[in-house]
Design a protein around this ligand. Structure first.
Ligand SMILES: Cc1cc2nc3c(=O)[nH]c(=O)nc-3n(C[C@H](O)[C@H](O)[C@H](O)COP(=O)(O)O)c2cc1C
Length: 356
């Protein structure tokens, strides 16, 4: 099996989970800089929208040229849209393509996408095979035009490559899957073998069913069961566990206990890019990085609404006594200039030690 960059990853793998509305270009750039996760995933992106030339959705894929492998995540149900979208995305310089089979949002799973695919394993298999074929055809020389990629998307890819200096990788890009342990009840004994039949290079498993959404705790015993099935297959496929991992030490402990090849961490990384490095930042660092994050946001995605920056700023405000006051100020900020002023005030307070 050609595992692409996956075969060069350190073990265990500790990576940043894909998070819609959170893991945008700036968040990933900052997380990479201060945490150096082994792998990063983009927010999920709708293949149907890309197939119809709606390039706006492709802004979620913007990635600062990075040294850690970044994987583009896609979702949808239309097989042909997967083919052309995956082929176009591969031309943006990603290390791999990941297929979302875990999103529980009603508007997505009810039309059979995201975790909805757990209910239609035949379609899920067809989608994996299609994306694998797109990657093979691309390596064999098929062009975006020949693959029927929308002209606006071809234009976006070309703009993107110039703007960010992105170089597409040669060869067959690896295709992976991220999913959940089941639809309404855990079903790893049937769902994981169905995925293994089409050999994605990696399966990331969130230890909740779709029905659980984000409630309760992730079931790591089900994840361990899935890891055993994957390893027993002798296929070379890897399995990353996911759900409720709080720190680097917690990640290492779970790898040892549940025998997974690594973990992806999502929510614990909010406002905490240092988590992947296992380091606790000082209050001063938190403020300085909040400001740097804002600058990076403006540099990489100047067209994006500033609103989406605010939650990140709030998340940095913890671990010092007046944090709640500054959180309130940051969530009202409308520009880099305003963030700069609030950060200056916070730095002054910290320098004077008047925060007691
Ligand atoms: C705000 C938010 C957005 C998410 N978006 C995605 C997504 O786009 N693709 C995906 O596969 N999972 C998505 N997830 C799920 C996470 O990747 C992860 O599986 C889940 O949060 C459990 O891991 P954690 O406990 O470490 O956060 C999202 C989760 C959150 C909280």
């Amino acid at each position: 099996m050609n595992r692409g960059f996956w075969s060069n990853l350190p073990r265990p793998v500790i990576g940043l989970s894909p998070m819609d509305g959170v893991s945008d270009a700036a968040f990933r750039a900052i997380t990479e800089r201060y945490g150096r996760p082994d792998i990063l995933f983009t927010e999920f992106t709708a293949v149907e929208a890309i197939a119809r030339g709606k390039t706006k959705v492709m802004e979620a894929l913007i990635t600062k040229p990075s040294s850690s492998p970044t994987v583009a995540q896609i979702f949808g149900t239309e097989v042909q849209s997967y083919y052309s979208s995956a082929l176009a995305i591969a031309e943006m310089g990603f290390a791999g393509i990941d297929i979302n089979m875990g999103c529980p949002a009603k508007n997505i799973q009810q039309r059979g996408a995201g975790a909805g695919l757990i209910r239609t394993p035949k379609l899920a298999q067809k989608i994996v095979r299609t994306v694998q074929k797109a990657m093979q055809d691309r390596a064999d020389g098929i062009t975006m035009e020949q693959a029927g990629v929308h002209p606006d998307v071809i234009g976006f890819v070309s703009w993107y490559r110039t703007r960010f200096g992105a170089t597409p990788l040669e060869g067959v890009l690896p295709v992976s899957v991220k999913t959940r342990i089941g639809f309404d009840v855990p079903a790893v004994e049937s769902w994981i073998p169905a995925l293994l039949e089409v050999a994605p290079v990696n399966i990331t498993l969130h230890g909740r069913t779709l029905k659980q959404m984000y409630t309760g705790m992730a079931d790591w015993d089900e994840i361990a069961k899935a890891a055993e099935i994957v390893h027993a297959s002798g296929s070379g496929i890897t399995l990353l566990g996911n759900g409720d991992v709080q720190s680097r030490d917690d990640a290492l402990e779970r790898v040892a206990t549940y025998k997974v090849d690594g973990v992806l961490i999502g929510r614990a990384s909010f406002g905490n890019p240092w988590l992947f490095a296992g380091r606790e930042p000082t209050p001063r660092e938190r403020i300085l990085v909040a400001l740097e994050h804002t600058r990076t946001f403006m540099e990489l995605t100047p067209e994006a609404h500033f609103l989406s920056m605010r939650k990140h700023l709030a998340w940095y405000c913890k671990g010092f006594p007046n944090a709640a006051d500054f959180r309130l100020k940051f969530v009202r900020a409308n520009s880099e200039e305003e963030v700069k002023n609030i950060a200056a005030e916070a730095m002054e307070m910290l320098a004077q030690g008047t925060h007691t």
